[in-house]
Design a protein around this ligand. Structure first.
Ligand code: SF4
Length: 324
């Protein structure tokens, strides 16, 4: 049976908006609003949705780079929600994040060997010689030549810089890696190289990925399970094939309708979503998706739909499902 590495229960991350002469909280940005999901050891769970859906905030809150407003984060059976910075320190090496922008996330004034070695220094792992050796081994593992360790980030291509990011994230043997749009800043020709590298390393090192992405073709290739987010809520979760073959939530159906189908004979009706994602400061009542949903009914305005398990491991939140 699969081992659960991370579980979040009703996780909320609201950002207060201050105003008035007393700088009081006048409203909140509801970036993440009571989301629940789990990630099993060794699997890839993808979080998908348009920008502004709360995917990145969810990833950062799980790692406690942001303090949750409420809800629970359980890591290997331990509730870490209220852990202090000191309590988190030993766990930090197990949870790493890789950012979208390989240009912005690497210090331009540091040689890449130092950039990759830094997490070992921060966590005081190994002797100086062992750290040097670990850097050389990790550079080879991600397909970089160890003799380039004295070079600076600007001397590398975009794909190589993302490999440096992978090496830095993996050098302390993490268990969980949050991949925040890791390929979207790269040329299409290089994207598949990085995806293949991430998959190969996952197999070899038994890594667990939370993959945050909006490119659904890549998500299909990469994931074991997928969670779809809309305006701070998870609206549907399922195994990869189940979600792509039988999407149930109208938002998921609209998102997937835009993904090219490899079979030219296969027909899929494109659903064009009207308008933008509403503001997370003042989300629509009831179902957050109702202002853009082609099937919205009166009840959608009044009641938030409950998450229902429609098949083993396949859950969705839509009033249409209770009418079937
Ligand atoms: Fe559309 Fe209503 Fe379902 Fe929301 S609950 S997705 S508005 S049908």
């Amino acid at each position: 049976m699969a081992t659960r590495l991370v579980e979040v229960q009703k996780l909320k991350k609201w950002f207060p908006i201050k105003g008035g002469i007393f700088s009081m909280t006048v409203a909140s940005v509801r970036a993440v609003d009571e989301v629940s999901f789990f990630i099993n050891q060794g699997e890839t769970l993808s979080l998908v949705g348009e920008s502004g859906s709360g995917k990145t905030t969810t990833g950062r809150t799980i790692l406690k780079l942001l303090q949750p407003t409420s809800g629970k984060i359980i890591y290997k059976g331990k509730d870490i929600t209220k852990f202090t910075a000191d309590q988190m320190r030993p766990l930090r090496r197990n949870m790493q994040i890789m950012f979208q922008d390989p240009y912005g996330s690497l210090n331009p004034r540091m040689p890449v060997g130092d950039i990759i070695r830094e997490p070992l220094d921060v966590h005081s792992i190994g002797t100086r010689k062992e750290r040097q050796q670990a850097v050389a081994t990790m550079m080879e593992t991600v397909g970089l030549r160890p003799e380039y360790e004295k070079r600076y980030p600007h001397e590398f291509s975009g794909g190589q810089r993302q490999r440096i990011g992978v090496a830095r994230a993996l050098i302390i043997n993490p268990e969980l890696l949050v991949l925040d749009e890791p390929i979207s800043a790269l040329d299409v020709s290089i994207q598949s190289q990085i995806i293949n590298l991430l998959q190969e390393l996952q197999q070899r090192l038994n890594l667990t990925y939370l993959f945050i992405a909006h490119d659904l073709a890549v998500v299909r290739h990469m994931s074991d399970r997928v969670a779809v987010m809309y305006l701070g809520k998870i609206v549907e979760t399922a195994d990869n094939d189940e979600l792509f073959d039988h999407p149930l939530h109208p938002y998921t159906q609209a998102l997937l309708s835009a993904v090219p189908v490899p079979d030219p004979e296969a027909k899929r009706e494109r659903v064009i979503l009207q308008g933008d994602v509403p503001s997370p400061v003042n989300p629509p009542s009831g179902c957050h998706f109702r202002t853009r949903c082609p099937y919205a009914m009166p009840i959608c305005k009044e009641q938030e739909p409950a998450m229902i398990e429609v098949a083993p491991g396949h859950t969705a939140a839509c009033h249409l499902l209770t009418k079937r």
